[in-house]
Design a protein around this ligand. Sequence first.
Ligand SMILES: [Ca+2]
Ligand SMILES: [Ca+2]
Length: 520
Amino acid sequence: MRKRLVTGLGAVLLAAAVVAGSAAPATAAAPSIQATGLNATIALDNCSASLVKFPTSASTDRAMMLTNGHCYEGGMPGAGVVLQNKASTRSGTLLNDSGGSLGTVRADLLIYATMTGTDVSLYRLNQTIAQVQSSFGVSPMTIAASHPADGIAMTIPSGYWKQTWTCNINGFVYQLKEDAWTWKDSIRYNTGCNTTHGTSGSPILDSSRTVVGVNNTGNDDGARCTLNNPCEVDAAGNVTWTQGQSYGQQVYWFSTCVNSSRMLDLTVAGCLLTGASTPGNTVTVTNPGNQSSVTGTAASVQISASDSAPGQTLTYSATGLPAGLSINASTGLISGTPTTVQTATVTVTAKDTTNATGSTTFTWTVTSPGGTCTGQKLLNPGFESGAASWTASSGVIDNGTSEPAHAGSYKAWLNGYGSSHTDTLSQSVAIQAGCHATLSFYLHIDTGETGSTVYDKLTVQAGSTTLATYSNVNAAAGYVLRTFDVSSLAGQTVTIKFTGVEDSSLQTSFVIDDAALTLS
Ligand SMILES: [Ca+2]
Ligand SMILES: [Ca+2]
C-alpha cells in the first residue's frame, strides 16, 4: 500500500520502500508528473486525500474527505471489517491547483472505512460545502455515479507529494490481493502512473475531474500477494503479479449507497459497498398440493411462483420428480408420462436474476393402472409370443425341441454352449403398493458337468435383490417350480432378471418357462 508512513501493521516493512519511493517520482516517472492539477486535493500526515461530495450532495450538506481505508488514523481495518460513524478529528491541508496551502480542513466523523472490496475512508468535515467554498474558494470534486470506462485518460493528483501522475486506465482486475486484504474490480494503470508511497488515498480523476477511483497500492518488490506486493487473481483463480504495477480501487460504489436524505446508507437497495444490507428479493412458489398419477398415462402440473420485485424472470428447477416427468425451466410446467410406480418427494425451486430463490415440496404418488392387488403382471410370461416384452441376449428365447418348453413351444434357454458365455433375460414390472407379490417360474437345468463343484451359475434378481442362485449342481430331469415372495418390493417397478454365466467347458442349460408375477 502506498502510504507514506504507518503506525500499525507494516510500519517496519514499509520503511525501506518509503525511502526508495520518496526519490522515485522525480526521476523514473518524471515525464508523467506535474505539480499542477492539485486543486481540491488534501495533504494528510501520511497519505493523500481529496475534498469530495456525492453526485446528489447539496451545498448545505457537509463537505467530505476521501482517502484510503489503510490511511485511517485508527489503524488499518482488518479483512472484512467495515467501520462506520467513528468520531474523528482528522485534519489535512487543502491545496490549490499548484499545491499551495489553502488552509486546514478538519473532520468530525469517519463516515465509512473499509479495506475489503475497496480501500476507502470517507470523512465528514466540520464545514458544509458552502462554508468550504466560502472559506477557501474551492469546490469539492464529485464522486463518480457509475463505473469508469476502460482506457480513459486519468490523473492521480497527490496532495502528499504535491505532484500529479498522468496515464490511462488499463483494465480492471477481477480480484486484487495484498496480504490479508482482497479488493475487487480494481483499477489497473498503464505506464505513467507508477505511483509511490505517500500517494495512497489520492483521487483518480477523469478528464472532467470526477473522482472515478482512489489510488491505493502497487507491487514494490515483485513478490506475490504480500504486503506492498499485490497480485492479480482472475475469475478462474489464476494469480499473476508484476513488479512496479500500481492500482486504484472503486469509489462509485459510494454513490450507490446514498439515500434520499443524501446520507451514506448501507441499506439502500442496490448499495455496492462492502457491508451493504440490501434486502434481497423474495421468491414464493405456490404449493400445487400432493399429486397422484398412473404409469403410462401423461401427467402435467403447472407450477406458479411470484417475486417481490416486479418484472423479474424466474427459472424453475425440480428435484425428486417421478421417473418420466420433467420441468420446463422457463414456464414451470411439469409434464411427461410416469414410468415407474413410486412415491416421490418433489421439491420445485424458482430463482430470479438476483439468485433469490423460493421453493415448495409436495408428494407425488405414481401407481399402476388398475390398481388392485390381483392378477399376473408379467407380459408374455410363457414366451409364446417369442421375444415380446422381454429383454434377452441372442438365442435365449427359443422354440427348438432339444430343450422342450414347459408349456407351448417357446421357452427361455440360457447358456448350454460348453464355453465361456453369459446370457441374460429380463422384464420390468410394476408391483402395486400394498399388495402381496409372488414371483414364480419353471426351471429346468441340465448339464455336462459332474460332481458337486459349481461351474456354471444362474442368478435370479428382482431389482437389486438377489432371490436365488442355481448351478450345474442343481441339474435334474424335468422342470421345477420356483417361487419367491417379493412383497417387500411392492410400490416399486422392479426388473426381474435372470443371468446365466457358463465357464469354459462342459455345458449347463438353464431353461425357464411360464414365469409369473402374481399380486394378491
Ligand atoms: Ca412356453
Ligand atoms: Ca460348464
